[in-house]
Design a protein around this ligand. Structure first.
Ligand code: PEP
Ligand code: MN
Length: 351
């Protein structure tokens, strides 16, 4: 259920409604909007009495949200969610496009810094790099773990780039939350519900990559798991799904971008690297992603892709990242977006 407060409801009235909901053993999620605050009610202990809620001071109406996902839905929050990064001009959602670029895996300090320099020069605002890698084979490179997180923290200091990296399990999630700016939940973990709940207890942005065979509703229910714990900074990412097609690694399902935007206020990015698995298809699909209305891109880049320990064949050369940026900049105004070049730090930046 959703309690819609009157436009002029006071903070005390909003608090009193939240207290009432919590006393019933349910959870209250105040969602401030441009016009008025709405309060989402979640929980698995039955429903609150609608009539009683309607009588509370400052309440305009009480609406039943019929969709399975509630906090992620536009019924709960009409305006697009914009996630901002303290002390920088970087944001995800809203008019400005977010570009997240970097290697699949952090392989060494030298490799990470060589690529980060190129990423910073390209004008991207975020650096990605795997520290904990979900590999199909236990004999494949598994990532450098904490050491990689420390290298990326140094990249943040040196270039200002905000850091995005994947958490594989509870232990790595706590480490990622401590060292990085955005927690990535990988496609293979999209329905790891205990991991999602743990990410929901953090107070930092979480990117959820679409599972290999996830429907739109399953995808949004994963976001709902994170939000149900009080973390509303959720970003979705389309990265291709499994189909019979074998000319690409996965089939990039760009139609999910407008489909998500119709029913949810959450930002959605596209990863054309995992979506195609092939370097020569990444730029085309990046252009298509921006044209389809995505809020930004996640792309893999490597200065020596032939020597990469993971995903070399789909990693762009640094010069291709420059092309991607200029093409993105050219398409952006057609879809009412803009590309702010580079990360700018403001006075309050924590490094
Ligand atoms: C990645 O981003 O490196 C990754 C493993 O992605 P996905 O979870 O989409 O396969
Ligand atoms: Mn990868």
């Amino acid at each position: 259920m959703l309690v819609v407060m009157k436009a002029h409801a006071s903070p005390e009235e909003i608090q009193a409604v939240c207290d009432y909901i919590e006393k019933l053993g349910l959870r209250a999620h105040p969602l401030p909007g441009a016009q008025r605050t709405a309060i989402g009610i979640t929980g698995n202990k039955g429903e609150a009495n609608r009539g009683n809620l309607e009588e509370l001071s400052g309440v305009a109406e009480v609406i039943r949200v019929s969709k399975a996902y509630k906090l992620a839905s536009r019924d709960c929050k009409e305006e697009d969610t914009i996630i901002r990064f303290d002390g920088t001009n970087a944001s995800i959602g809203g008019r400005d496009l977010a570009i997240i670029a970097g290697p699949c895996s952090i392989e060494s300090r030298e490799q990470a810094f060589a690529i980060a320099e190129k990423v910073a020069a390209s004008g991207a605002q975020f650096f990605r790099g795997g520290a904990f890698k979900p590999r199909t084979s236990p004999y494949a490179f598994q990532g450098m773990g904490l050491e990689a997180l420390k290298i990326m923290a140094d990249i943040r200091k040196e270039f200002g780039l905000r850091i995005v990296t994947e958490a594989l399990d509870n232990e790595s999630l706590d480490l990622v939350a401590e060292w990085a700016d955005v927690i990535q939940i990988g496609a293979r973990n999209m329905q790891n519900f205990s991991l999602l709940k743990r990410a929901g207890k953090k107070r930092m942005p979480v990117i959820i990559k679409r599972g290999l065979s996830a429907t739109l509703e399953e995808f949004l229910m994963s976001a709902e798991y994170v939000m149900s714990e009080g973390n509303y900074e959720v970003i979705l990412c389309e990265r291709g799904v499994r189909t019979f097609a074998d000319h690409t690694r996965n089939t990039l399902d760009l139609s999910i971008v407008p489909a998500v935007q119709q029913v949810s206020h959450l930002p959605i990015l596209v990863d054309p690297s995992h979506g195609t698995g092939k370097r020569d298809k990444v730029l085309s699909m990046a252009r298509a992603s921006i044209a389809a209305g995505a809020d930004g891109l996640i792309v893999e880049v490597h200065h020596q892709p032939d020597q990469a320990l993971s995903d070399g064949p789909q990693s762009l050369y640094p010069e291709q990242l420059i092309t991607l940026m200029s093409e993105t900049e050219a398409i952006a105004p057609i879809v009412n977006r803009s590309l702010v070049h580079g990360i700018k730090l403001t006075a309050t930046t924590r490094s």
